[in-house]
Design a protein around this ligand. Structure first.
Ligand code: SF4
Length: 233
């Protein structure tokens, strides 16, 4: 094959990959050199809160998957930018969709109690979901919805740089760990998630339906607290 044609193909592949990454992260335009100042303005700063806010502004009107049609509110996530722990659920429910905040329904109240039981408050940690929009009727997220939305969570992780991630429920754990293993096989130990400690426990909504899982959840969050104390005390 002609060398210049080969180089052209390489450049095409690199450009295509770059454009896909930008689209996945919510960019809807490309900056040419004369737009350099504007690009720098929109670039992320060195403050976590500022970066999260800029990222929120960039993606809050996302229409990458069909869930944007049925959502009432986009649910970005909330908490402290200084938090070293990130809790990740699967998707907003009815109440979260109405209020635009994560974990504010019955399951959210239970999560608050769980946090309190291990001496954390909601304000001290960061809470987000794999999906930012509610699946109708609270059905399970579809694989293509997770694929479309996951880059947003990964960017949040990149900005927050947590020491510990707690995946709440099977969907969140399987999405983060790229596994189909059942929840029971993922609980009870720390996993390595790109250098971040990841622990898996039940989703609070599951605990409301199956109170017999509360004991297991209690063991998981105690393990989380011990690890946190080991790292930060
Ligand atoms: S679920 Fe995620 S990818 Fe789909 S529209 Fe909402 S923000 Fe966009």
């Amino acid at each position: 094959m002609d060398k210049s044609y080969e180089r052209l193909l390489e450049a095409y592949a690199v450009t295509k990959k770059y454009l896909k990454q930008q689209i996945d992260l919510g960019f809807d335009r490309l900056y040419l050199s004369k737009d350099k100042e504007k690009e720098e303005e929109e670039n992320f700063s060195d403050s976590v809160e500022g970066d999260l806010q800029k990222f929120y502004q960039r993606i809050k009107d996302c229409k990458k998957c069909p869930l944007h049609v049925t959502r009432t509110n986009f649910v970005f996530g909330e908490g402290s930018g200084k938090s070293r722990i990130l809790f990740v659920g699967e998707a907003p429910g009815r109440e979260e969709d109405i209020q635009g905040k994560p974990f504010v329904g019955q399951a959210g109240k239970l999560l608050d109690k769980i946090l309190k039981a291990i001496d954390f408050s909601r304000e001290e940690v960061y809470i987000a979901n794999v999906l930012k929009c509610r699946p109708p009727g609270n059905r399970d997220p579809q694989p293509d919805e997770i694929k479309a939305c996951e880059p947003y969570l990964l960017k949040q992780i990149e900005i927050l740089k947590p020491e510990i991630i707690c995946a709440l429920g099977r969907i969140s754990a399987q999405a983060l760990m790229k596994t189909k293993s059942p929840l029971g096989q993922l609980r009870g130990r720390f996993h390595d998630y790109h250098g971040i400690k990841l622990i898996v426990t039940y989703h609070p909504a599951a605990l409301l339906r199956y109170p017999q899982y509360k004991k297991g959840c209690w063991e998981d969050v105690q393990m989380l607290r011990r690890e946190y104390d080991k790292v930060f005390k």
